[in-house]
Write a protein that binds this ligand. Sequence first.
Ligand code: DX5
Ligand code: ZN
Length: 216
Amino acid sequence: MSHLIAPSILTANFLELRKEVEMINGSEADWLHLDIMDGVFVPNMTFGFPVIKLIKEISTKPLDTHLMIVEPDRHLESFLAAGADMLTVHYEACTHLDRTIDTIKSLGMKAGVAINPHTSVQLLENILPDLDLVLNMTVNPGYGAQSLIEYSYRKIRQLRELIAKTGSNALIQIDGGVGLANLAGLKEVGVDVFVVGNTVFASDDPVQTIRQLKEI
Ligand code: DX5
Ligand code: ZN
């Protein structure tokens, strides 16, 4: 499978949100990545259901929704109602992860689990066969435009092995610090889906940058 690109609108211009979403619609991006932050699980806040609903009305790309929030179980149905196609919860935020994943899937969404940089991939061994997506954070979540943490390469290799060992079909996604210079090496160690924020939105020609990211 060739790799997928999921632009994150975290660093988009929110005064021009319609234009930004339409730009992604007209690009080769595969998914649209939404970073939902609650100011508790991470030290930053972003947006919630009303904004997701508006994006859903105009987006032609699947909404890949990354919940950086505590107690995600309280809101799974609301994210579905707002238009999420894929819902990724953090391992560190879920006490009963198996139940959370079951609920996401029974609601008809794709289910993902995200792990923070310091969290070992081995902790996912039991749940991997049930997942559609594993999101390995390659920066400490909370902000865009940070540098990729170097030990991520080792974790991605370990995750690739664990996915093969458990017979899982989960895609490996990474998030944070991805750019034109490091994508090839990350793809080589086994990444399937790249979240890309700043590299796209700080670029003079985001559509062309997405094309370049797809062509690597
Ligand atoms: C970080 C977010 C990321 C972030 C990636 O907490 O989850 O999606 O926006 O942004 P860049 O590509 O700018 O590192
Ligand atoms: Zn994200």
